[in-house]
Design a protein around this ligand. Structure first.
Ligand code: PLP
Length: 455
């Protein structure tokens, strides 16, 4: 692995050499701190940071979390030493140019020939912008999203004063097309949100069919692929790839959101929104008395709802894409390893007598539960297994996540457990790190052992 202990001093050296070209000066006493004071505070910080989960370890297979790639850390740190602001070209032309390049590469990944887009602080803000453009282009119309869509869509509809309509999910956690037809027939909908890679199950909404229906109804389509977007690189129906049809249809959508801080190896603070029609830029038109002086060229703040944003995020993503490009041979190999890990885990669950697979993974998210007779027992046993797996010697701990499912969702998948409660927690594992693939058999064996002991 790239050795950051060697690389980070190079970042500091390179930027201070550039700064020295402008002349050397002394820092003001008000910001001077002694090495002793900083060292003591630093030690306290490191101690505080121990209260964490080992997100980078292959045995952490819980939430959608992992440390950034060393290239991203190096790119971020190097640019952060200058601290450019992506809002305007006055805030740093270099990172604005890098941002336009990485955004164009992501647009190319989705097959967009033309686009308008930019990085954001998160998928939440990226989706907010997409829904805001949805409102501006279809004023007074509602927005439809599936029951399994990220909760941000209903919340942002509230923020924007738009009616949000929830469309039922089917037994695979995908948008139910019959219900979508009913919802579209009301004539109230202006935009349908399709999710490629639901946050809970990693399910892929049937985008080609959604696009057809939306077009026939004169309705826009927004694709929220914050989590699953980079799987477009391996959407080839191969054994360690993912379904091609939903990904191929992205090119027909009006807007798309992808989070480089999820599967793009980036630190938090990096989402992205892309629009297929660059003329939506008209909705953003505003003037700023503070900025936009340096040139007539497009400033990113002119096509973004956010003002200040880290230029360092663009530098991090750019450096990462330079060494791990958006190709099957590049980032695709990371995603294929994750996918193989998830598929192998699902296969092992299929053979287990103490654990049951909730549904087949479409991406790299595996859901399962201890086999029991009732939902309340499944709930208790899932929670107990979650805690037991994470307990004990740090060198053996396995970190999982839980996920709440409804009695209807369990019944729809044919799980025979008695519905004595409305909801149950089950277990959810995101196989987000390629290193986890090799650990799946031992993780599964240990979970089976612990689940067997609980009975
Ligand atoms: C993570 C996620 C979001 C929210 O993005 P943040 O970057 O966490 O703000 C929205 N939609 C989907 C499908 C997601 O997976």
């Amino acid at each position: 692995m790239t050795d950051l202990q060697a690389w980070l001093p190079r970042a500091v050296g390179a930027i201070s050499a550039w700064e020295k070209e402008y002349g050397v000066f002394a820092a003001h006493p008000s910001v001077a701190v002694s090495d002793d004071a900083l060292g003591a505070a630093f030690d306290r910080l490191v101690e505080r940071l121990r209260d964490n989960y080992p997100f980078g370890h292959p045995r952490y297979v819980g939430q959608m979390l992992k440390p950034p790639h060393p290239a991203a850390v190096l790119g971020y740190t190097t640019a952060m030493l200058i601290n450019p602001n992506a809002h305007a070209l006055d805030g740093g032309p270099a990172t604005a140019a890098l941002e336009k390049e990485v955004v164009a590469r992501m647009a190319g990944m989705f097959g967009f020939s033309d686009h308008l887009g930019h990085l954001t602080s998160s998928g939440t803000i990226a989706n907010l912008e997409a829904l805001w453009v949805a409102r501006e282009s279809h004023p007074g119309k509602a927005i439809a999203y599936s029951a399994d869509a990220h909760y941000t869509h209903s919340r942002m509809c509230q923020v924007l004063g738009i009616d949000g309509i929830s469309v039922r999910s089917d037994a695979a956690g995908r948008m139910d097309l019959e219900h979508l037809d009913e919802v579209l027939a009301t004539g109230r909908i202006g935009t349908v949100v399709a999710t490629l890679g639901t946050t809970g199950l990693g399910a892929l909404d049937p985008l080609p069919q959604i696009v057809d229906r939306a077009r026939a109804a004169g309705v826009r389509v927004h694709v929220d692929t914050a989590y699953g977007g980079f799987f477009a690189l391996v959407a080839d129906d191969s054994t360690d790839g993912v379904a091609s049809a939903p990904y191929r249809a992205i090119v027909e959508a009006d807007s798309v959101v992808v989070d480089p801080h999820k599967h793009g190896l980036q630190p938090y603070g990096c989402g992205a929104v892309l629009f297929r029609d660059p003329t939506v830029g008209r909705f953003y038109v505003h003037d700023s008395p503070y900025t936009y002086f340096s040139s007539d060229e497009l400033h990113l703040g002119e096509i973004s709802l956010e003002c200040s944003r880290a230029g360092a995020a663009a530098a991090a993503l750019w450096l990462t894409f330079e060494v791990i490009p958006l190709t099957d041979d590049g980032l695709g190999q990371v995603l294929r390893a994750n996918r193989r890990g998830a598929l192998e885990w699902a296969r092992l669950l299929g053979e287990s007598s103490v654990l049951t697979s909730h549904q087949a993974p479409e991406l790299d998210i595996v859901t399962y539960f201890p086999t029991r007779e009732s939902l309340s027992q499944i709930d208790t046993a899932s929670s107990a297994l979650f805690h037991a797996a994470a307990a004990g010697d740090p060198a053996e701990q396995i970190h999982l996540a839980t996920y709440s499912v409804t009695a209807e969702a369990m019944a729809a998948r044919g799980h025979p457990a008695l519905a004595d409660t409305t909801h149950a927690r089950i277990l959810r594992s995101t196989v987000m790190k390629p290193e986890s693939e090799a650990y799946v058999p031992s993780i599964h064996a240990r979970l089976e052992h612990l689940a067997g002991k609980q009975r």
